[in-house]
Write a protein that binds this ligand. Structure first.
Ligand SMILES: [Fe+2]
Ligand SMILES: [Fe+2]
Length: 345
């Protein structure tokens, strides 16, 4: 019988069969499976759902994948806000496809979390209760049509820099989900860039609108890479487990260095007077990030935190009948497949 992940996140049969697990550093001798786990990590081999893994590795992945999945789903809202007001049918079709992609990303990622024994119901309950986070970038409002371009260029652009290394993440299902997600993110980044390029080379009003959007999205995009390395709580362990391959600051620097020449081609200015090429480092220097603002948004006090979560909860409640109907249909099909005699047993 195939193993299934039951509701409310009970562990899969594979994990139950692997016996009790002990964390590295916990009291008592390390279980024999731990050496095999460490050897796989060292050899750059993938950890698969049926493999033994330390509790803390599993918990770290569930937390990270859940936060990532929630970000994809909540991230649909700021741009969906412009679907009915897209300036042309072409722009509307592109934006619709993009927002639908984000829904798909969320679904792959919830599935990846399920392979770790945590059901999506449990993750969604935590999100709705405010006990799991999503990327704080999505708590900023989309004030004009140009924001759709700035999000594609900067927010999806930053997401790519963060996510390409995750294609080599040590946990197989997460790494594989990221391959397709990154391809689609690359389309998102290009559509944003093309949209901004069109506006920036349009009328003076359109150029000003594009510049205003970049002014507002630039700094929050830099915050997407997370706190500075010396304050990043989970970085060192995640790097050791090869969940994470580069530090927050390293990825942030890469993003800045990529964006500067692109901004020049766009004819737009990045809103940082301290941004300049450093010959010695071979990288750009840039100004200080307002981490107080980041922490405030993280604490729930960003411009749209309440609105985003309210809308998500409402959408979940409105969709209850779809979930019930799908479950009833699946039960009916299972009954048909098993035959009435067996199903009754
Ligand atoms: Fe996405
Ligand atoms: Fe995207």
């Amino acid at each position: 019988m195939p193993e299934t992940i039951t509701e409310r996140g009970s562990r899969s049969g594979a994990e139950a069969a692997s016996g009790p697990r002990t964390d590295p550093g916990a009291a008592g001798p390390a279980p024999p499976q731990e050496a095999a786990f460490e050897a796989k990590i060292a050899a750059d081999e993938r950890i698969e759902p049926r493999d033994w893994m330390p509790d803390a590795y599993r918990a770290t992945l569930v937390r990270q994948i859940a936060q990532h999945a929630h970000s994809e789903i909540i991230g649909m809202q700021p741009e969906a806000n412009w679907l009915t007001r897209a300036p042309s049918l072409r722009r509307k079709a592109i934006l619709l496809a993009k927002v639908q992609d984000e829904a798909g990303h969320g679904l792959y990622l919830y599935s990846a979390a399920e392979t770790l024994g945590t059901g999506r119901d449990e993750l969604l309950d935590k999100l709705h209760a405010g006990r799991q986070k999503y990327s704080s970038i999505f708590n900023y409002p989309t004030l004009t049509w140009a924001d759709v371009g700035a999000i594609g260029w900067l927010v999806d652009g930053a997401a790519i820099i963060n996510q390409v290394p995750l294609c080599r993440c040590s946990y197989g299902p997460y790494a594989r989900a990221m391959v397709r997600i990154c391809k689609e993110e690359s389309f998102h980044q290009r559509q944003g860039y093309e949209l901004l390029h069109t506006l920036a080379h349009g009328t003076p009003e359109q150029h000003a609108m594009a510049q205003d959007a970049v002014d507002r999205w630039w700094w929050p995009s830099l915050m997407m890479f997370g706190p500075p390395d010396d304050e990043s709580a989970h970085s060192a362990q995640s790097m050791a487990w090869k969940i994470k391959r580069h530090s927050n600051d390293e990825l942030r620097q890469r993003f800045v260095d990529i964006c500067v020449p692109q901004a020049e081609i766009l004819g737009l200015t990045l809103p940082d007077p301290d941004l300049k090429w450093n010959e010695e480092r071979g990288q750009h220097d840039f100004g200080a990030i307002d981490w107080a603002e980041f922490k405030e948004v993280l604490r729930g006090n960003g411009p749209c935190n309440d609105q985003r979560l309210d809308r998500k909860r409402r959408a979940h409640e409105d969709g209850a009948w779809v979930r019930e109907a799908a479950a009833a249909y699946a039960a009916k099909r299972a009954l048909g497949a098993a035959g009435p005699g067996e199903a009754a047993a």
